[in-house]
Design a protein around this ligand. Structure first.
Ligand code: ZN
Length: 318
């Protein structure tokens, strides 16, 4: 019986909009001062996390998913890819405006297993930070016209955010993370993005990044729908759990720990990101020190675990 958490090492991505907060705030050993993304729980071929401890140390999460399906309660006839991906993004500049396809479009048009529904927990935001979520077109035709005419201020909806906010971005929702925002993103394991607008930015050679307006218009939900999601809160003496979202793909909760709790596993496996504080995770007699910036999976087979300390976690499951 596998009785250990699976700690994962992040994979970093340099981006033109990236910064250095992944080092200054999270203490990660980032490759440059333009590091935009840390893929912290990833089995995606474009950046799989490596297991840091236990019998599977040195393997990627993708390899563990293939060879040790029992750790995820994966059925033997399940040939699908690991379903989820967790990232931390540091937007030192505005990200391009984009939209993602749903599963059907991703599969039929792009030949990849998953579309992308995602959600963001805002870890940090400079005062006045804004992001883009949704659009103001009433019909597809109007959407295409406004895109073609570059009427971005009229088309795009902007919202202000602050640390602790939660933003749900179902596939088909036009969106962009704005400058000064750091988020933890939980998403389907997909890298399929259609760029709508890049603020007419150019690189050192004077070239603009490619846009994908036709596919973007095809997958965008029109008119914009404000998604509904019930947020339940469960409060015990030492642990406050707030469910942020639950959909067909994943559930995400915010846990605030202050003291000591015992928890029973209900999901097949749990993905856990420590976003604040520190403490101890106990599995029977085994103890593991945990602190902000660590990410781990509690595999299937663990029935109970204990947490103590003062810390915050973003927890997700299938
Ligand atoms: Zn996105």
């Amino acid at each position: 019986m596998y009785n250990e958490p699976i700690f994962l090492r992040p994979v970093f991505k340099e981006k033109i909009w990236g910064g250095k907060k992944l080092r200054t705030v999270y203490n990660y050993d980032i490759p440059s001062e333009q590091t935009g993304e840390a893929w912290v729980i990833s089995a995606h071929p474009n950046g799989p996390s490596v297991i840091e401890n236990g019998p599977l140390k040195g393997q990627t999460l993708a390899e563990a998913w293939e060879s040790h399906g029992e750790l995820f309660n994966k059925s033997v006839d399940n040939n699908e890819a690991y379903p989820l991906l967790v990232k931390i993004l540091d937007a030192n500049d505005d990200l391009s405006v984009q939209v993602h396809p749903d599963d059907t479009f991703a599969h039929e048009v792009e030949g990849v297993p998953y579309g992308k529904t995602e959600c963001w927990y805002v870890l940090d935001a400079e005062p006045g930070s804004e992001l883009i979520l949704g659009h103001n077109a009433e019909t597809k035709q109007e959407l295409e016209q406004m895109m073609a005419n570059g009427e971005w201020d009229k088309l795009l909806r902007r919202i202000k955010v602050q640390p602790g906010d939660f933003v749900y971005v179902p596939s088909g929702t036009i969106h962009a993370i704005g400058k000064g925002i750091v988020i933890l993103e939980t998403q389907q394991s997909s890298d399929m993005t259609y760029r709508v607008y890049d603020y007419d930015r150019t690189d050192a050679d004077g070239n603009q990044r490619e846009l994908h307006l036709e596919k973007a218009a095809a997958v965008t939900t029109v008119p914009h729908q404000i998604p509904e999601f019930n947020q339940e809160e469960s409060v015990s003496v030492d642990l406050n759990k707030r469910k942020l979202v639950q959909n067909d793909y994943f559930g995400v909760s915010l846990w605030r720990l202050n003291g000591h709790v015992e928890q029973t596993m209900k999901a097949d496996f749990l993905q856990v990101s420590v976003i604040k504080g520190d403490g101890v995770l106990s599995l029977g007699e085994k103890r593991f020190a945990i602190e902000k910036g660590m990410h781990f999976i509690l595999p299937h087979g663990i029935r109970k675990f204990e947490l103590s300390g003062e810390a915050e976690f973003v927890v997700s499951w299938v």
